[in-house]
Design a protein around this ligand. Structure first.
Ligand SMILES: Nc1ncnc2c1ncn2[C@@H]1O[C@H](COP(=O)(O)OP(=O)(O)O)[C@@H](O)[C@H]1O
Ligand SMILES: [Mg+2]
Length: 316
């Protein structure tokens, strides 16, 4: 039993970090640390600096449970350090972490694997914002969704309704990031599917429906209490539930992920599922999506933490 392999070993919970999502990570980490200690594990917290390997050695860590959100903790860089230093760690590896962070590469793989993702134009800076915008309007019309290639938390995402707004949004993001994505707008029910476990134990959690009180699931809606209603299980048919869970699992495997992940999707008004992106480091605060979805099938926060910890065993 993988979990037994981990019993008695000192677990380092990586939390904090230097990304914009530091505060969320500290909250996720505090919850995870408490859950491990409640269940008798020897757990310590580490806020990674430039010499993570030395920090782990000093702390006497044997296994790593990573709860860093954004930046190096989520994009594969920290995973690379852990590989080189030889620590078994939870969640996705170097390549899958890097891919999930990059919405263009993710979409390319989804397309090749036949996983429906909204048609898009990659405004790569090769032409003017106006030309990129016109190409998108010609391909799929308005409204459209403009988003950065490698951000999270809906940062920089907007839904322009006119050509002028679209040109402005594309030009803003091109200025900030050098490039951006213009997506076809999908109207319907926003859902997200949590995936937990590794190997044969990989499975989808109940579908979570997100009902923001704002125009879409933007930064405010994500992080302001009461701004979004989380409904689990989602108010969709059994058939759509099965379909979206199966699709989420396919997307998760297409990018080579290891649980936990969260696959963000839309179920459109015609009943078709579309995959937007995969998050390889889902939030673990007590009010985050993943614990909420787990609870809907009777899996407590503490049990969920054990299921995450167990994924480290594939690297022992
Ligand atoms: N093609 C789309 N159609 C409709 N809404 C979208 C589309 N793409 C993104 N969104 C909205 O923007 C939000 C953020 O987009 P997402 O791709 O999940 O990026 P991230 O969460 O990494 O910022 C989604 O949760 C959804 O509300
Ligand atoms: Mg998202």
């Amino acid at each position: 039993m993988p979990l037994e392999m981990l019993q008695g070993r000192r677990i380092a919970v990586l939390m904090g970090g230097e990304s914009g999502e530091r505060e969320v990570s500290l909250r996720s980490g505090a919850g995870v640390l408490a859950a491990l200690r409640r269940q008798g594990f020897d757990a310590v917290d580490i806020d990674p600096g430039p010499n993570l390997a030395a920090q782990l050695q000093e702390a006497g860590a044997e296994v790593v449970l990573n709860v860093l959100h954004g930046g190096a903790g989520e994009n594969g860089a920290i995973q690379g350090v852990l590989e080189v230093a030889g620590y078994p760690y939870t969640g996705s590896g170097v390549l899958a972490s890097a891919l999930t962070m990059d919405k263009i590469q993710s979409k390319r793989i989804f397309q090749v694997m036949g996983i429906p993702t909204p048609p898009h134009v990659h405004a790569d800076g090769g032409r003017s914002a106006t030309e990129h915008a016109r190409q998108a309007i010609k391909s799929f019309g308005l409204p459209a969704v403009v988003k950065p290639r490698s951000e999270g938390s809906s940062l920089g995402v907007s839904i322009p309704k006119t050509e002028a707004q679209l040109v402005q949004a594309v030009s803003d993001l091109m200025e900030r990031y050098g490039e951006c994505i213009i997506d076809r707008y999908i109207d319907g029910t926003e859902i997200t599917v949590g995936i937990v476990g590794a190997g044969e134990k990989t499975r989808a959690l109940p579908v979570l429906e997100l009902v923001p009180k704002r125009e879409f699931y933007d930064y405010e809606a994500k992080y302001t209490k009461g701004m979004t209603e989380l409904i689990a299980p989602a108010r969709i048919s059994e058939e759509h539930t099965r379909e979206s869970q199966a699709l989420a699992l396919r997307a998760h495997h297409a990018l080579g992920c290891v649980g936990p992940t969260r696959v963000d999707m839309h179920l459109d008004t015609g009943g078709n599922c579309w995959v937007h992106e995969i998050n390889s480091m889902p939030g673990m605060t007590e009010t985050s999506d993943l614990p909420h979805a787990a609870e809907a099938e009777g899996v407590s926060y503490d049990e969920l933490v054990l299921q995450i910890l167990e994924t480290a065993a594939i690297r022992m």
